[in-house]
Design a binder for this molecule. Structure first.
Ligand code: 5GP
Length: 113
């Protein structure tokens, strides 16, 4: 199977502004930010999307969310932020590698479009 764009970022084949990395996850700034702070947190394991994850990914997904919270704290988003995972065409997914958007730095409207 061909590598996804995000696997190429993990492999440093495509540059990105990386904010956090460990053996299981990577956090980097979105190339087209939709808020003053827009970070993507991804697992290094190439799970296509959240609905494709399995029970064996439970600890990994927990770690991903905890990392998102830590990155938000590091960015000083104490006034609030939003985490979003887009699944599939109707969800607005464009990159088939599970990712959690962290958006903050401005008031965010609800419901999203
Ligand atoms: P999705 O639409 O799949 O939920 O989110 C994919 C995100 O990846 C989009 O917000 C898009 O701006 C971001 N993105 C696409 N290509 C690149 C890239 O080459 N580098 C970075 N840092 N982000 C990207």
């Amino acid at each position: 199977m061909s590598q996804t764009l995000f696997e190429k970022i993990i492999a440093r084949e495509i540059p990105a502004e990386i904010l956090y990395e460990d053996d299981r996850v990577l956090a980097f700034r979105d190339i087209q930010p939709q808020a003053p702070e827009h970070v993507l947190i991804i697992p290094k394991k190439p799970i296509p999307r959240v609905g494709d994850a399995s029970r064996e990914d439970q600890a990994l997904l927990g770690h991903l969310l905890l990392t998102a919270g830590e990155v938000a704290r590091e960015l000083g988003l104490q006034d609030g932020f939003r985490l979003v995972m887009n699944h599939g065409k109707n969800g607005g997914e464009t990159v088939p590698h599970l990712h959690c958007h962290l958006l903050g730095g401005r008031p965010l409207k609800w419901p999203p479009g």
